[in-house]
Ligand binder design. Structure first.
Ligand code: TXA
Ligand code: MG
Length: 354
């Protein structure tokens, strides 16, 4: 155990010993906050049924209180107390994809405080595929509200160190189980509408969802290429500036060869103006940039690697004092939909077509 600014940091392997989580469970039962690993990103856990806890989560994250929290459960049956109705489509999706990176939006029961719901009549619920997360929920004896464990607006944390940088001194405990696997947050799917609609693309892809329910649609707000005007995002969180590094981020989109050519021109131009620039490049293109500073985010051929490294690379480039990040766009298929949604938002929709 390490103490950083009053926050306890404990290391818990995936092959954990329950004793290690006793104190974490006690903290949550006492109304405190514990950051915990999930398969997507680290979450900031607290009792989802306690309105005071929801308020302290918003305060710790400096998050607007109208942005609802995802409720994490350890078993599918636990949704019964939280929701008014489980539509048959939700039942099918739960059987197929839980535990996993799929959050479902239901009509909320009165047990879920309006603070947790951000004032909405619905509640978002998921069962994470991480043994430590599931054990922590069991130990706490209550469902856990779990937003990503970052200061609001910053890239989501994929390591405990990211959580320490954002939240040490603001919460009671951080459970360190190493880097998360998926790297982008869960897919948020509204099952109160027909057909069900994706409100936030994430770790479970549209293609995977459509294997089970072919009619699933996508909220137009998540594939936009400019700052939302006419279209209103239905997941309240999607309307805020998000995932943003301190550096200025520009996304260059098009065919890979055109992207490389455009990025070289932009890079040289910024360098001539005295800026510290870095390129977020892919395995397939990184050798094309010569002596320019290019950092590897992952492979176009395997977008899971891009998703896994995206947020941590943004944080790393910030730590290196980079002022301008030129990011290669990737295809919006599979995990590419979530990657591009996060990149465009992080860039504040500064998108250049190559
Ligand atoms: O992978 C994840 O989902 C992570 C891990 C920790 O589980 N959690 C996470 O939570 O990303 P957060 O709070 O950072 O993002 C939740 C998103 C927000 O965009 C929020 O607006 C949306 O889900 N959301 C939550 N409840 C909702 C509801 N009732 N209706 C529509 N959108 C909702
Ligand atoms: Mg978040």
């Amino acid at each position: 155990m390490q103490l950083i600014n009053g926050t306890k940091v404990i290391r818990v392997k995936q092959s954990y010993d329950l004793v290690q989580l006793e104190e974490a469970g006690r903290i949550i039962r006492g109304g405190g906050l514990v950051a915990f690993p999930t398969e997507t990103v680290y979450g900031l856990g607290g009792n989802a049924l306690d309105p005071m806890v929801a308020a302290s989560i918003y305060a710790a994250k400096r998050r607007p209180a109208d942005n609802p929290l995802i409720v994490h459960v350890a078993r599918p049956q636990e949704i019964m107390g939280l929701v008014r109705d489980v539509p048959p489509v939700a039942d099918r999706l739960i059987k197929r994809f839980w535990p996993g990176p799929l959050t479902l939006v239901f009509a909320a029961s009165d047990c879920v405080p309006k603070e947790t719901r951000g004032g909405l009549s619905t509640v978002a619920v998921r069962m994470p595929a991480h043994p430590v997360a599931l054990a922590l929920i069991e130990m706490s004896g209550c469902p856990l509200a779990g937003p990503s464990a970052n200061i609001s607006g910053r890239p989501s944390p994929t390591t405990a160190e990211h959580v320490v940088n954002d939240l040490a001194g603001r919460i009671q405990m951080i459970i360190d189980s190493g880097p998360t696997g998926v790297g982008v947050e869960s897919t948020v799917l509204d099952v109160t509408v027909t057909p069900p609609q994706i409100l936030r693309p994430g770790g479970l892809t549209l293609e995977q969802l459509r294997e089970e329910i072919s009619s699933i649609s996508v909220d137009p707000a998540i594939i936009q290429t400019s700052i939302p005007r006419g279209i209103k995002a239905r997941a309240p969180g999607m309307k805020y500036k998000h995932y943003a590094p301190k550096a200025e981020l520009v996304v260059v989109e098009g065919r890979p060869a055109d992207i490389v050519a455009k990025i070289c021109i932009l890079y040289d131009d910024y360098v001539n103006r005295g800026k510290r620039v870095a390129i977020m490049a892919t395995t397939e293109t990184i050798h094309c940039y010569g002596a320019r500073k290019a950092s590897l985010v992952g492979a176009r051929e395997d977008l899971a690697t891009v998703a896994a490294n995206l947020f941590s690379l943004l944080r790393q480039l910030d730590a290196e004092g980079i002022q301008i990040i030129l990011a290669e766009g990737v295809d919006m298929v599979g995990l590419g939909l979530a990657v591009m949604n996060r990149l465009r938002k992080a860039a504040g929709y500064r998108i250049i077509k190559a």
